[in-house]
Every structure is written in C-alpha cells, then in structure tokens.
Ligand binder design. Structure first.
Ligand code: DAH
Length: 394
C-alpha cells in the first residue's frame, strides 16, 4: 500500500525548456515584474554549455552520484537539466510547505509572470512534479531567478542543482508509528554528500551545521574548510513527510539537497566576479575544458567609474534597493559591478527619507569612456524619477 507509486493519471506534464517562449514572460499583468534584461538570460542554459565551469562542476557531481548508485546497486539517479524555469507559484512555494507570509514570496524578491506562474527561485520547485512522475532518485539542474542586490557574488540569475532520493523499500509497515527524521536516511544523505564534496574538491575537512528549511526536518548545511576559510556548500535534510504524502508517496522516506553552482565554481576555478560566467569573450570561454578544474587566468581589468545618486523617496510609493538594481541592470547590463546604499536618513521635520547609492560601473571585457558612463547613469536617474517619483538631490 505505502509502496505504491503516484498513479500516472495525476502525474503532471514536465514542461521542458523548449516549450517556453521567452517573449511571453513580460506581459500586461499587475503581478508581472520581469524586465527585458532577465528575459535575455532565459534559455542561455550555461549549465549545459560544453567547456563551461558550471557544466564542468555539474558533470562531476552527476558522475559521482551515478558511480555511487552503481557501487550500492541502488536506483540510478535520473538527470534533468532542461526543465522550464517557468513554474507554478504553488510548485515553488506551497508544495514545499513554504508559509504564505514567507519573505521569499515578496515582489521585491521574486520574478512573477502572473498570479499563477513565476520564474523558479530554486530548483526545489521541481521536487513535487518529479516525485509525482514516479522518479525516486534524481538530480535536477537549472537556472534560477531572484531579485537581489548587485555585487561580485550576486546576480539575478544563477544555477542550482537539486538532488532527491526516496527509499520506497524503507516505508514503515501500515499502522506503525510514523516518525519524521529517519536515521538511516539521514546517514545515507550525509555519506552521499560528504563523498560528493570529496569528489569535487578533493579530500577536505567538513562540518555539519544544523539549519532550518521548511521542506526538510532535520535540516543541515555542509561546510568545508577550503582556502583557509569555512565555506557553506549546500543545504539539505530529510524530506518533510507531508511533501512525499502530497506527491502520492505515502510514508516512503527520502532526503533532498540543493546547491548553487556559481558559488562552488567561483571558489574552485578562482573566478572573482559572478558576471564572468555570462561572458562570451573568448578570453573567458576559451580557458576551460570539460572534466578539468583549472585556475582562472584574469584578463586585463578595465578601470571602474563610480557614480552616486541621491534622492528623496516618495512616501506614497514602495521602493526597495532591488528595484534600483533592476533599473541599473536594465540600463547598464553587465557593465554594473556593484550597487551599494551608502547613506540613508529621515529628515526630522518633513519626515521624508533620503537614500544615497553608489554605483560602480566596470566592464569585464572592454574599455568605455566617461561620457558613455554618464549617458547610462543619466538614464538610471531619469528612470528612477519616472518609475518611483523620487526627487533627485545629486
Ligand atoms: N532550495 C534551497 C535554497 O534555494 C536549497 C535547499 C536546501 C534545497 C535544503 C533542498 C534542501 O532540497 O533539502 O536555498
């Protein structure tokens, strides 16, 4: 009874990347907050590009899991890397037991298409549909989208890998007491991930840190000691049984993990700026080879230009730093290196709030003139006035 699989009747269709039409992501809907700069990134699929650092790491992890299950005579891990990033809001949040008031749902954090769909904010969004399709063990990699700050390690699109293993044979007999947090499952999770980290980084010192995720209990983060620092590598845990029940798996226990590929690649290849992953400059793309982790050789860094903008906010309009980041991305593309709030105060008499931001413009692959920067920066200022009704000070 408990070992039954989800009936095929309720298995949702797995939408593939090629069913997505990027030009339909921006539409006239009050929820829609997707910009052309984001649409341009959809479909680039860096994680499947040959000789790209992200795909090199992805392949190493996939090979590790394939070999581990062969050694254990266990279920093979199915590999998914072309699922559409357009997902149901319920798949991204509700199916994972993320509460209705969770911050990650806010429009300043998430890219919404309309009141039913969004660009996935994590690859965990595919857990439920893959389980309902009968997959017990899988690795699912893809581009994920989050409205975020701008600096060397944050970019509104990045890549994650999700791993899930369900143990149908370990479902407790009907009528027995149900306990969340199966110890054998936890032990397999930890063994699998410690081995994975050694396969990718070489033998390293590790530590498990207790964590909290709505979708797992217990939850952990795995940290490794690498380049003289503790580095957080991934989040994971024993899956909440309710997620498995809702996916038609009854009391079958399972584990899950999620990791960010850029974060690992920046450390492994010594890549200093997250924008570089998107570079189509041969001096970047020509450096890497499938199967090999090699030290990134920097090419000349062009001078940066810093511009400040300061303004009074309109108390009647909502404004978030991520809104400014979106405007700057729209005008400057990958020319923007960093956006930083350097001053904020509220006038004691008028009660108006002033923000000052410092924007660092710097190209990764070409030089540009001060006049060109000024044109971009003026464009940012104009759009702030037009969209957020701010009153410019500087
Ligand atoms: N989805 C989480 C994130 O984006 C990462 C994660 C943590 C995935 C724990 C998991 C997990 O599957 O069990 O931050």
């Amino acid at each position: 009874m408990y070992n039954m699989r989800a009936s095929t009747a309720e298995a949702p269709v797995l939408d593939r990347m090629d069913s997505l039409k990027p030009n339909e992501l921006i539409k006239d809907d009050p929820m829609n907050n997707i910009s052309p700069a984001i649409v341009e990134r959809v479909g680039r699929s860096l994680h499947t590009m040959p000789n790209h650092p992200l795909s090199i790491i992805k392949q190493k992890i996939e090979t590790y899991f394939t070999e581990r299950s062969k050694k254990q005579n266990g279920a093979e891990f199915m590999i998914f890397d072309d699922l559409s990033p357009k997902v149901k809001i319920t798949a991204n949040f509700d199916d994972l037991l993320i509460p209705p008031d969770h911050v990650s749902r806010s429009a300043s954090d998430t890219y919404y298409i309309d009141d039913e769909t969004m660009l996935r904010g994590h690859t965990s969004a595919h857990q439920a549909s893959l389980l309902k399709n009968g997959h017990d063990s899988f690795l699912c990699t893809g581009d994920v989208y989050r409205r975020d700050e701008i600096d060397a390690s944050h970019y509104p699109v990045f890549h994650q890998m999700e791993g899930v293993r369900v143990f149908p044979e370990k479902a407790p007999p009907e009528g027995s007491e149900k306990i969340q947090g199966n110890k054998e499952v936890e032990a397999d999770l930890k063994d699998a991930l410690e081995g994975m980290v050694d396969a990718v980084f070489g033998p390293v010192e590790k530590r498990w840190v207790d964590a909290y995720f709505p979708f797992t209990e217990p939850s952990f983060e795995l940290e490794i000691y690498y380049n003289d620092k503790w580095l957080e590598v991934l989040g994971c845990g024993v899956m909440q049984q309710d997620i498995l029940r809702r996916a038609g798996r009854g009391e079958q226990p399972g584990w899950a993990f999620g990791l960010g590929l850029e974060r690992l690649a920046m450390v492994l290849f010594n890549i200093p700026d997250i924008r570089l992953f998107w570079s189509q400059d041969e001096r970047f793309t020509g450096q890497f080879k499938d199967g090999e982790i090699t030290e990134f050789k920097p090419f000349s860094k062009y001078p940066a230009a810093t511009r400040d903008v300061s303004f009074w906010l309109d108390p009647a309009k909502s404004f978030h730093q991520n809104d400014l980041c979106e405007v700057v991305r729209g005008k400057a593309g990958d020319l923007v290196e960093k956006v930083e709030l350097v001053d904020e105060f509220t006038h004691p008499k008028t009660n108006r709030t002033s923000n000052m931001f410092r924007i660092v413009y710097c190209s990764l692959d070409k030089t540009f003139t001060s006049d060109e920067v000024n044109v971009i920066h003026d464009g940012v200022r104009e759009e702030l006035v037009a969209n957020f009704n701010v009153e410019l000070r500087i």
